[in-house]
Write a protein that binds this ligand. Structure first.
Ligand code: T4K
Length: 370
């Protein structure tokens, strides 16, 4: 049986349109459309309160935020990162003319293995760029300990980790900087958008300078900045979305729990779980397709597609296999066995507010019936 309309891996959350209109009227009246207006300020302050952090710098998207985060820390040489992520993670390293060095992941968490990080450090290493993959927290204590021992910066790619808590505290407080994405496909979206969570006002001021061309005043440009600013429209949208994000996560949790209870009995399907389930945001629902399942991962992916269900193979292919990275010694698949295995086995099932019980039952039935 097919669903009445295609089921995608995610669908964006949207505030009621009528709630947006008064804010649009305000923007139209003020004619301040960008360059740090009313909504930009409001959203930065509201995000600090919601996330439980001190300083947030908004961006036009997560990729620009990553690029500026690396630039702001004045890194040189090599940055250790993961091959098991969205390509923007490693691209931000190359855009800064730094050398990415890939290390393998921990097969239990899909996050970078701290022991692998330590082994990859050379005299040229200046930073570590881990990803809280699927919003599941990295081993932040072990990573910080490696960084402290070797004098390295830590920039977390927290694109999936909006609102995630670890041991009751915001996950975004770890590392030197954390970078969020507010893309349409994320738990919290501003259509396109992103942010850097900064530890202090001085760092935020420098990041604000870099995201605005490096302009100090009408006649002074002090840095090679870029245009990473979020517009008033996106900021107003985000301001509204914040009122709905708790409900969105609540709905995601219900879907997550249903998958877990029903798939627990399916031989060959393993659900991945966060290290701290109480603080998770259920941004994704990744499963591993094991050898004792009747189909391999690509077979299951295809079977669901035949029924108009568009699960996604996040993250296949590995970043390290793309042409701009494949020649690096650290990109050799033999050095990345857990990442190669995960890229061949993991499938992200649909999860988003508005996915109906019937739709989810259809997905689970198909997985069971194979
Ligand atoms: N770091 C990490 C770890 C990331 O995952 C990402 C982005 C970044 C950095 C960079 O942040 P941004 O610069 O993007 O802010 C998507 C997203 O485009 C990307 O933001 C995201 N990660 C990545 C994991 O997924 P695609 O190529 O899978 O997107 P797409 O267009 O195929 O969308 C997936 C499904 O979502 C569609 O099948 C239908 C649905 N959809 C999508 C859009 C855009 C909608 O229903 N409505 C929509 O507007 O990359």
């Amino acid at each position: 049986m097919k669903p009445t309309s295609p089921i995608y891996v995610t669908r964006p959350s949207l505030p009621p349109l009528q709630e947006l209109i008064p804010h649009l009227e305000r923007i139209w009246e003020s004619r301040f459309l960008t360059n740090g207006g009313h909504y930009h300020e409001q959203l930065e302050a509201a995000l600090c309160r919601y996330l439980g952090v001190e300083h947030v710098a908004l961006f036009a998207n997560g990729t620009l935020a990553l690029m500026v985060a690396l630039q702001a820390l004045e890194l040189t040489g090599e940055v250790i990162t993961t091959p098991y992520s969205f390509v923007a993670t490693a691209h931000s390293v190359l855009w800064n003319r730094l050398d990415p060095v890939f290390v393998d992941i921990d097969p239990r968490t899909m996050n970078m293995d701290p022991a692998g990080i330590e082994a990859a450090i050379t005299s040229r290493t200046t930073a570590i760029l881990p990803v809280h993959c699927y919003g599941h927290a990295c081993d932040v204590d072990a990573i910080q300990s490696v960084a402290d021992t070797h004098g390295l910066k830590v920039i977390y790619d927290a694109a999936h980790a909006f609102g995630v808590r670890l041991r009751g505290e915001s996950l975004l407080r770890h590392g030197d900087l954390s970078v969020l994405s507010f893309h349409a496909t994320k738990v919290f979206n501003t259509f396109e958008g992103g942010a850097i969570v900064c530890p202090d006002a001085a760092t935020k001021a420098r990041i604000d300078l870099l995201k605005n061309f490096g302009i100090v005043d009408e006649t002074t440009v002090s840095e090679l900045g870029l245009n990473g600013k979020m517009s008033e429209f996106n900021a107003a949208l985000g301001f509204l979305q914040l009122d709905h994000v708790d409900e969105a996560v609540r709905q995601r949790r219900v879907i997550d729990a249903t998958y877990r209870s029903r798939l627990a009995g399916v031989r060959g399907i393993t659900c991945l779980e966060s290290v701290d389930p109480a603080g998770k945001n259920c941004a994704y629902f990744p499963v591993r397709v094991e050898d004792d399942y009747p189909l391999d991962r690509d077979g299951l992916h295809e079977r669901l597609r035949e029924h108009d269900i568009y699960a996604r193979r996040y993250f296949y292919p590995l970043i390290s296999s793309f042409p701009m990275y494949a020649g690096l010694p650290s990109a050799d698949p033999k050095r990345l066995p857990a990442a190669v295995d995960a890229a061949a086995r993991v499938l992200c099932l649909p999860i988003y507010p508005g996915l109906t019980q019937e739709e989810q039952a259809l997905i689970i039935d198909l997985i069971e019936r194979v």
